[in-house]
Design a protein around this ligand. Structure first.
Ligand SMILES: [Fe+2]
Ligand SMILES: [Fe+2]
Length: 304
């Protein structure tokens, strides 16, 4: 029937892996979206860019916990809330599989979330060639977030959103590495190795425009080492930010504890201790935090 449109965002789609947004309808600046958030995942409401933006959320299924300055608010199916002139970022987490109907009077999806979805799609495409990339990216993001929370926002000088974006998309530049190199099972030639070593620069270039310089710096420097033995620029300690050092630790820890087909998989305790012992290369604050998290069980096999 003319003028009538149907949306089936859940059909034929794989389960959401973290948070997934589908655009259901859009007209001029109004967007209606369905946000799917997996159990245990965090998300945040950003401060308003202007006083005209209204963002309305209806909890369709599941439950979310909103951490406000003075209290915690729990919203369940049937509840709703909206942001209008929000001053500070608000952190939320889903305590169950959650679906939110999300209505905004500005182009949230097209401007921001669409880009994040594009990056997630890029990770999935890289994963087709290099099977390790997608789960690795999610693990590095969760580990980095845990280390960030352990060390505190003040110490790191970056927001939680920034470290999440930087760590989740730190390897997205691998999309620029030719397929035959990324897929090559055997030993790489020096030229091929150099092509792989450019991926942090490519990641930074992709992220800089949308997320800003601090996020780009973290992605660019995740393979740098404090003693100057890293790549791509062989930076030394004072040139590498703490968030980049955190992601470097998370990146190596995940690589050491994941079966990539050719490595000996290490236990969490063993990997954390090994990184701690490499004091010349890895930040002691980050490796000490890692050891604490492993010992307390906060970082366990589920990597929650
Ligand atoms: Fe990397
Ligand atoms: Fe990585």
């Amino acid at each position: 029937m003319e003028g009538l449109f149907f949306c089936y965002p859940g059909r034929g789609q794989a389960e959401a892996e973290e948070a997934d947004v589908a655009l259901l309808a859009q007209h001029e600046n109004v967007e209606i979206m369905l946000q799917r958030i997996v159990k245990g995942a965090n998300f945040w409401l950003d401060p308003a860019e202007d006083l005209e933006t209204l963002e309305y959320f209806f909890v369709h299924t599941g439950e979310i916990v909103m951490r406000l300055e003075d209290r915690t608010e729990v919203l369940r199916a049937g509840d709703s809330f909206y942001a209008l002139g929000l001053k500070k970022q608000v952190f939320c987490s889903a305590t169950e599989e959650t679906q939110l109907l999300y209505v905004a009077n500005r182009r949230v999806f097209s401007d921001v979330m669409g880009f994040q979805q594009e990056l997630m799609d890029m990770l999935r495409r890289i994963n087709e060639k290099d099977h390790y990339t997608y789960q690795h990216s999610l693990s590095v993001m969760r580990l980095s977030k845990a280390l960030y929370l352990e060390l505190g926002a003040q110490e790191t000088g970056i927001s939680m959103e920034e470290i999440i974006m930087a760590s989740l998309f730190h390897d997205v530049g691998k999309c620029q590495v030719p397929d035959e190199i990324l897929k090559k099972p055997g030993r790489l030639t020096p030229q091929e190795y150099a092509a792989i070593q450019r991926h942090p620069v490519e990641s930074a270039a992709i992220l800089r425009g949308r997320f800003g310089a601090p996020v780009a710096e973290v992605a660019q420097n995740h393979h740098e080492r404090l003693d100057g033995t890293g790549y791509p620029r062989r930076l030394t300690a004072q040139e590498i930010s703490l968030p980049a050092r955190i992601v470097a630790v998370a990146d190596c820890f995940d690589a050491m504890t994941t079966d990539r087909g050719y490595n000996r998989v290490k236990s969490y305790e063993e990997a954390a201790q090994e990184l701690y012992d490499l004091e010349a290369q890895f930040d002691r604050r980050a490796t000490e935090a890692l050891i604490r998290l492993v010992r307390s069980g906060a970082i366990g096999p589920s990597r929650a």
